[in-house]
Design a protein around this ligand. Structure first.
Ligand code: OGA
Ligand code: MN
Length: 293
């Protein structure tokens, strides 16, 4: 029997009693989907899954992104990416610094992400405590908490998002070994614009759709005003009152929606503290024009 246990915090619930290795029946799928709207971030503990099962579960929620540029894919399953700091035979087995700053996945893409699925295979641990939390902020709360005059001023405005912003920030501020994007890579991912407020497809409520990782400017405002307001929004949306931290256990499968949340992978573990995660990204293509331009 499926049981949904809310975290009692601003986001997050545990879904117990499901083996995600088995096909979800329609009733359970409906319950999970509505819990995803209500809680934003869902934890399915104690799973034992193959990469194929992770992909099959993820694909129930929409079309899966295949990252053509990324080498860290499960053999034969390009829709499943490997996130890891582990090295085998002198070679990294996964992307080692994915998501290590506040962002939401694929806001830089014409078709944005609807949801992420991350399956925790190895989780770093020190003195009995797990490391490498994934933190989230609620963008429903961030919208609701905006001053009324700012909500009115920003209504109908759009934000430019650029893949290269996060990439360069990782190189500049985090000592990432990523090389600069080539001209061809930059051409393949040109900046795109999305409305600053989206109506969330699961809740019907408005969310703030901007994030420190990829958002460059508010198109309709002069540069200095755009800079000031974005700086305010980045501070506002990451305030502690809107935060929820997921503390991983091995065997956790995490499903979160990317339209009403932003997230941050906490890099508090070392190279000898292995972390291994499989990831699928579900695209928002099913939800219409704002989400799939
Ligand atoms: C990502 C990401 C979070 C994590 O892969 O985009 O944000 O905790 N990962 O690994
Ligand atoms: Mn991410």
């Amino acid at each position: 029997m499926l049981e949904i246990i809310p975290s009692g915090k601003i986001l997050g619930a545990t879904v117990a009693g499901l083996d995600l290795g088995q096909p979800l029946n329609d009733a359970d799928f409906g319950a999970v989907r509505s819990a995803l709207g209500e809680y934003g971030v869902l934890r399915f503990p104690k799973q034992q899954l193959t990469a194929q099962q992770v992909a099959t579960f993820s694909a129930r929620f929409g079309k899966l992104e295949i990252n053509v540029a990324n080498a860290f894919q499960v053999a034969g399953l390009p829709e499943v990416m490997v996130l890891s700091n582990m090295v085998e035979n002198g070679k990294p087995i996964g992307m080692s610094d994915a998501g290590q700053s506040w962002h939401t996945d694929m806001s830089y893409s014409r078709t944005i992400a609807f949801a992420n699925v991350l399956y925790g295979i190895r989780i770093p641990r020190r003195n009995g405590r797990t490391l490498g939390n994934t933190e989230f902020c609620s963008m429903h709360a961030a919208y609701d908490g905006l001053p009324g005059d700012l909500k009115r001023r920003l209504e109908g405005k759009t934000v430019l998002h650029d893949f290269n912003k996060f990439w360069e920030m990782m190189r500049r501020e985090k000592g990432s070994p990523r090389p600069p994007l080539t001209d061809a890579q930059r051409k393949a991912k040109p900046p795109v614009s999305h409305p600053i407020f989206l109506e969330h497809p699961l809740t019907g409520r408005k969310v703030l759709y901007a994030n420190p990782g990829y958002s460059m400017r508010i198109n309709e405002l002069p540069q200095t005003e755009s800079d000031e307001i974005l700086a305010f929004l980045f501070e506002h949306q990451t305030q502690p009152a809107y935060r929820y931290a997921h503390v991983w256990e091995e065997g956790d499968l995490m499903l979160w929606e990317d339209i009403g949340t932003i997230h941050n992978a906490v890099a508090d573990y070392g190279p000898d503290e292995p972390r291994l995660i499989q990831r699928c990204q579900v695209m928002a293509s099913a939800f219409g024009e704002h989400f799939a331009q």
